[in-house]
Design a protein around this ligand. Structure first.
Ligand code: PLP
Length: 474
């Protein structure tokens, strides 16, 4: 039996060293400011879609992800690590598929420890970090800032990992009680929560200042687990194959048909994973990009230009984003993997706030992608509609995906899978205002308000924060 050559990774800006998986995992962003992508796309086995219904989620994930991680991590180690990661989910099949109405289905991505889809990638990625670091007994310190939604996913990802220490800053008194408690009730020795007397921007500025302090950065081996990390994107490819296989594989409710997906989109990581699945051989009809009022991508798909605007706060805060950083990976492909062109275009977009695309490129894009935008009222309208029709509660992000699927005229008659990215109890106020029903936390978090909390409150002062990390870090 021959082994395929190990996959290497290249930067979308073409001027950074080529790395293996371990290198890409630890680097996050490439040296030239670009994002790493595989040098070549590994094809799925031709019969994969037919086998999905007889596989567990972990078996499927192992098969899909192995080509991306060997030889940094071998297939058996990967399989064990994925089994451990997805054992933290409270749905036995990890990503359940639930029918809505007509062609619409929900893929529930929110059964992980923090009730949002970030867990699907971050649970394996925390373990992948630990695995790669332990190979040569290295230790890193992760520092991050959160406005509430993403801090807990990062904390849950690395809790109890031997080679990782995490310090998470949140603005004191400015995150919800549920959000704070999801972070501060984690009692692991390597988890440190700091409430900063200031705003979310102050927290982010502290993180930037710590990274800019070279001696501190080197002393503590500072790192981040940000959403541009290739390892996070690759883990998301799996549930596209899973969903299509469950529905369209032999014996499935839409056997022999071709699935489409509707994706509530912020940084474009999730929907780009759908593009990767299609690129590697999964039959996919359309990828629908759902936007909230921050609709740069929906405007791009209809008008062929990217135009930056100020960020507007909405009921779907995880999608309140000005520049969707993972879109760069798609642009790299659209422009024939011309890194210099990507670098130049990104610089133009940053400096002028505008980038236009020629008609040929947009025609290619529209063969695969469609997009729609929902404002907050329209989003709440979908939450109400789902409740009225099915008695089911959906969160505002998921509602954007469902609404976008309804607004776009998806060709064919195959199933349209709407990705449910957060549990309704994660955004209880919006859900209650649309339905009159206050969504209950799932059982695993039922005692969240009885658990002890642990965090320190510090002033917005770089010296004090730095000293605290030096004094308390292992
Ligand atoms: C992060 C997030 C999104 C956006 O995903 P991207 O990969 O950034 O496009 C959507 N919904 C929820 C609940 C999220 O946490």
């Amino acid at each position: 039996m021959t082994h395929p050559p190990a996959l290497r990774y290249v930067s979308t800006r073409g001027a950074a060293p080529t790395l293996d998986f371990a290198g890409v995992l630890l680097a996050g962003l490439a040296d030239d400011g670009g994002l790493y992508v595989p040098e070549a796309w590994p094809a799925f086995a031709p019969d994969l879609i037919e086998r999905v219904r007889s596989m567990s989620y972990v078996e499927l994930a192992t098969e899909v992800l192995t080509p991306y991680v060997v030889p940094s991590i071998d297939a058996d180690t990967l399989a064990n690590l994925l089994a451990d990661a997805y054992a933290t989910f409270d749905a036995p099949d990890v990503v359940p598929l639930v029918p809505l109405w007509a062609r619409l289905w929900l893929a529930e991505l929110f059964h992980g420890p923090t009730l949002a889809f970030k867990d699907i990638a971050l649970q394996p990625v925390g373990r992948l970090f630990d695995e790669v670091l332990s190979a040569d007994d290295r230790h890193i310190t992760i520092v991050g800032a959160t406005s509430g939604d993403t801090g807990s996913a990062a904390i849950e990802a690395v809790r109890d990992r031997d080679h990782i220490e995490i310090f998470m800053f949140h603005p004191a008194g400015r995150v919800s009680d549920v959000q704070r408690r999801q972070m501060t009730t984690v009692m692991s020795d390597n988890v440190h929560n700091i409430a900063i007397d200031g705003t979310f921007d102050d927290c982010q500025d502290l993180v930037k200042a710590l990274f800019a302090d070279t001696s501190f950065r080197q002393r503590r081996n500072l790192s981040a687990v940000n959403s541009i990390n290739w390892a996070r994107v690759m883990c998301q490819v799996v549930y596209y194959v899973w969903s299509a296989g469950q529905l369209c594989g032999p014996g499935g409710p839409a056997a022999g048909q071709t699935a489409s997906f509707s994706v509530p989109t912020g940084n474009f990581g999730n929907v780009f994973a759908g593009w990767v699945a299609a690129r590697c051989g999964l039959p996919v009809e359309r990828l629908v990009v759902g936007s909230n009022r921050n609709d740069i991508l929906a405007r791009w798909l209809s008008g062929g230009t990217l135009d930056l605007e100020a960020v507007h706060p909405t009921l779907s805060p995880s999608m309140d984003i000005q520049v969707s950083s993972n879109q760069e990976r798609l642009l790299f492909e659209l422009w024939g993997r011309n890194g210099a062109r990507v670098a130049e275009s990104m610089a133009t977009l940053r400096s002028t706030g505008h980038l236009s695309f020629d008609a040929g490129v947009m025609a290619d894009v529209r063969e695969r992608f469609d997009g729609a935008r929902l404002d907050d009222d329209e989003t709440l309208g979908i939450v109400t509609e789902v409740y009225d029709r099915l008695g089911m509660l959906v969160d505002p992000h998921t509602a954007v995906g469902i609404g976008a699927a309804q607004r776009c005229d998806v060709p064919g008659d195959g199933p349209v899978v709407c990705l449910a990215t957060a549990h309704p109890a994660k955004f209880p106020d919006a859900v209650a205002s649309a339905t009159g029903v206050h969504p209950a936390l799932p059982e695993r978090l039922g005692d969240l308000f009885d658990r002890p909390e642990r965090y320190v409150e510090l002033p917005n002062d770089l010296g004090i924060v730095r000293d605290h990390i030096d004094a308390t870090g292992r």
